[in-house]
Design a protein around this ligand. Structure first.
Ligand code: ADP
Ligand code: ASP
Ligand code: MG
Length: 825
């Protein structure tokens, strides 16, 4: 006959009517004819009930109202899911329970204190109410084969409370099971989680989150083929998802690993859950009620996962007690005395660490017990303290324990190095370390304030792809917007083919910034920046992008702002990589430029700016390659303005120059104010950038610049400028005719000469056969004359403007940084 299957649904899975409906659907889809179904109380109800007791102890007047509220929650669910007589019966029982609770609490109010028995009794009602309701509901749906039966776990599970928590009295519990639960017929038992009966027959609980334990106990009692624990996450995750946004589902864990994770704070499963399942070798599944189709995690004897580290956890509110003294060296039994005394006083020690010199022993305990523990220890070693064999008993509160768990850590080198390396990188100092002899766990006691940072950085060192990059983009304008669109269409492929994990986590406009902890959905970045953001703040933006838990950070500056560029040195020094098409930093003050590169070296970061010259054309990279391979660069010349290239390519003298300018503006080939192009200033910046790349110490002011804006027209409006430009047509025409007379053409060219360090930008006459005389409309062209390329210079030519190609140049730099960081492309 097919074995039973046991399901357990946590409070989050039975929070309201819609949740219960979901649970019923899951159970109805299970083909196993015999199910044991353990339910928690509806989400939060246990807390409410326990608070009620505390409120009564404190003479709180609102106890009655609070009872009404918790009752109302169940009435609402019953109104939705039950009807007729069934609902009436349910509500009658509920009302009677509430009256009883009110009665008990009235007594508590008078006595001003509640016994543990009262707390157990009252906190257990949540499970009684949720299961009674659900049992009636699923029975009425009529889609499960056979009978639906409500089982009160107090009639079955008998436990004995000891210092390590409740332990099951299997013989009694098994006998109860045989009597009340076994059935050869199809049936569905709806069982209260959390509650049980003690040796005296009084109601008790299995401790907070104890329904997981109930699930496992019933799995063992019914000899189930498997136990499925349903919750609100996709399985056991590599860390608490509320603390580590990148936590991923672990597909399989050994019982030992799960126990260790649970012990060190992974709330998804109660630590005692494993024991009954281990006894019978029953696999435990952790699955998501809200996504039942997902695989979940299986916990069994031996994990099939290849992962060496299965999870990282953190427990907060820990105190560290340190016992120190030369008198302990070589004295047998000190530890036994110490921990014996603590045990006698019911203080549970979470972690112990002793140096091999035996000069000190330290242990970690829940912070709430710290003062008591210190007293206990001082009392136990009273004479040693007085005689000076033990010098100190020191307590440090506000600590956390970080634990890294995994069977595979045994015998593999470097796990500890990685853990402590990550803690070091995150600036977390470690107060104590313990490694279990099983090598299944490495735990460290750290400052509680640093726990989230520590957890994230340790987690990322084991789980994130080393190619995960956090990106912040400044200036989502024409180029920045095109880049975001290109990223949107490529990130998936980059992830798939090259394991590059690019996450745009922040976008900043001139006024606002939009930050995301995960990542901004690139397909919807325009919507994302429409809403209300935070006020733009360079420092906060950089901090967000440079998150602790992500291995690498890149800021992409697509603004044209000198104010943004001023921040590069600080970012680079902090280890943030910078990629930009913004010319301001590289063509500004030479001091800033040098500071930038010093900061880059100090921070071990990368600074790339290919798109500052010739948009996407490989100009900077070519120059760099030439220099780095030892070529000597003698001369660089080029046409680095698409607008100026166009004007002189098109102008043949048949029309006035001013008409060509007007025409270019109407075609969108110029800036809104054509003087920005004609002045040559932007071009000169590019020449400065190239000059510095060649190693020349040049400043913008030293470039011999021949602008084409008549000084008389430099201040007026754009309209007036265009209207009056014809006044200067005659001068321009004269230059053209002069060139022609010498069988030459006119071109606007920039030149750099290495020997003299001279830079110039302006109109020159060139032979008709010159490369620069034969380029396409708005193309850019650069010619490198070097010791290797001297007879026949190296030429780079092609479209050198436009949002698409500029963005592509930035994108290429971004991928170059990824490659430097280790991505295999
Ligand atoms: P239930 O109501 O189903 O018993 P709990 O709230 O007790 O659910 O436990 C599930 C929660 O545990 C998850 O929502 C998650 O936030 C938290 N959690 C903490 N650590 C982990 C972890 N390592 N893996 C999965 N969940 C975890
Ligand atoms: N309802 C109980 C609690 O909240 C038991 C459980 O849900 O596991 O602790
Ligand atoms: Mg739980």
């Amino acid at each position: 006959m097919q074995q039973w299957r046991v399901h357990k649904f946590g409070g989050s899975s039975v929070a309201d009517a819609a949740c219960m409906e979901r649970v019923a659907t899951i159970l109805e889809a299970d083909p196993n004819p015999r199910l044991g179904v353990v339910l928690s109380a509806c989400r939060g109800v246990t807390d409410v009930l326990l608070n009620l007791v505390a409120a009564a102890e404190n003479q709180d007047d609102t106890v009655g109202k609070q009872i009404d509220a918790v009752r109302a929650r169940h009435v609402t669910i019953a109104d939705t899911l039950l009807s007729g007589k069934s609902k009436e019966e349910y509500l009658t029982q509920l009302d009677e329970d509430c009256r009883n609770i009110a009665g008990i609490l009235q007594t508590v109010r008078l006595i001003k204190a509640a016994s543990q028995l009262v707390r157990d009794l009252i906190s257990g009602y949540g499970e009684i109410w949720s299961t009674r309701l659900f049992a009636r509901y699923i029975a009425a749906r009529g889609k499960r084969p056979g009978a639906v039966k409500w089982i009160d776990a107090r009639d079955i599970v008998s436990v004995e409370w000891g210092p390590l928590g409740p332990s099951v009295r299997w013989e009694q519990s098994q006998a109860n099971t045989e009597r009340l639960m076994t059935s050869k017929e199809p049936c569905t038992h709806i069982i209260t989680g959390f509650i049980a009966r003690d040796v005296k027959g009084l109601q008790t609980t299995l401790g907070r989150n104890g329904s997981d334990f109930s699930g496992s106990i019933f799995g063992a009692l019914l000899n189930a083929e498997e136990i499925v624990i349903w919750t609100d996450v996709d399985g056991v995750l590599s860390a608490d998802p509320r603390l580590v946004p990148d936590a991923t589902v672990i597909d399989s864990l050994s019982y030992n690993e799960a126990m260790e994770l649970a012990y060190f704070g992974a709330k998804v499963i109660h630590p005692q859950t494993m024991a009954p399942a281990v006894r019978k070798n029953i696999p435990i599944w952790i699955k998501n009620t809200f996504a039942p189709q997902k695989a979940g995690t299986v916990i069994c004897e031996k994990s099939t996962s290849q992962l060496m580290v299965k999870g990282t956890t953190c427990i907060d509110n820990i105190a560290l007690v340190n016992l120190e003294g030369a008198g302990m060296i070589g004295v047998p039994g000190t530890a036994q005395r110490l921990f014996g005394a603590l045990r006698e006083h019911g203080i549970s020690v979470i972690l112990i660490s002793q140096g091999s010199s035996e000069h000190s022993i330290c242990f970690a305990i829940p912070e709430a017990q710290a003062d008591r523990a210190a007293t206990v220890v001082r009392d136990a070693f009273d004479s040693e303290l007085r005689q000076g064999q033990i010098q100190r008993v020191e307590t440090t509160k506000g600590c956390s324990i970080l634990a890294v768990v995994g069977d595979g850590m045994a015998g593999s080198h470097g796990v500890a190095a990685k853990v402590f390396g990550a803690l070091g990188n995150a600036g977390v100092s470690v107060r104590a370390i313990a490694q279990g002899a099983s090598e299944r766990n490495i735990s460290a006691v750290i400052d509680g304030k640093q726990s989230s940072r520590a957890l994230r950085s340790v987690h990322s060192s084991f789980y994130l792809s080393p190619n995960t990059v956090s990106i912040g983009l400044i200036g989502p304008g024409v180029v920045g917007g095109a880049l975001l669109d290109q990223l949107a269409s490529q990130v998936e492929r980059l992830g798939r083919d090259f394991h590059i994990d690019l996450r745009v986590r922040g976008i900043m406009t001139s006024k606002q910034m939009f930050l995301q902890n995960g990542e901004i959905a690139l397909g919807k970045w325009r919507e994302a920046i429409k809403g209300e953001g935070l006020a733009a703040d360079m420092v906060k933006f950089a901090q967000h992008v440079h998150a602790d838990h992500l291995p690498h950070a890149i800021i992409i500056d697509c603004s044209a702002s000198a104010d943004v560029a001023k921040n590069y040195p600080a970012w680079l020094a902090a280890g943030i990589h910078v990629v930009t098409p913004n010319k301001k930093a590289n063509s500004g003050d030479l001091g800033l430029y040098e500071q930038l590169h010093t900061a880059r070296r100090a921070g071990g970061s990368h600074y790339l700016y290919e798109a500052t010259v010739g948009a996407g054309l490989p100009v900077i990279q070519t120059l760099r390659d030439l220099r780095e391979t030892g070529d000597e660069i003698r001369r660089v010349e080029g046409i680095l303005s698409g607008t100026l290239a166009y004007l002189f390519n098109v102008w043949d003298g048949s029309q006035p120059f001013s008409t060509i300018v007007r025409d270019a503006k109407s075609k969108g080939y110029t800036e809104p104010d054509p003087r920005d192009d004609l002045s040559g200033a932007d071009f000169a910046r590019k020449i400065v950038i190239l000059g510095r790349e060649m190693g020349l110490k040049i400043e913008l002011g030293t470039v011999a610049l021949e602008g084409l804006v008549p000084p008389e027209l430099s201040k007026c409006s754009v309209e007036e400028f265009l209207d009056r430009l014809p006044e200067f047509d005659a001068v321009m025409l004269k230059r053209l005719e002069g060139a022609r007379a010498r069988n030459k053409v006119l071109r606007y060219v920039g030149t750099l000469d290495a020997a003299t360090s001279k830079a110039s930008v302006g109109l020159v006459e060139l032979d008709r056969s010159h490369t620069f005389a034969n380029i396409n409309l708005t193309d850019n062209v650069v010619r490198f004359t070097t010791s290797r390329y001297n007879q026949n210079p190296l030429v780079v030519q092609g479209p050198g403007a436009g949002p698409e190609v500029t963005a592509a140049g930035v994108f290429a730099d971004l991928l170059r940084v990824c490659a430097y960081l280790g991505a295999k492309m």
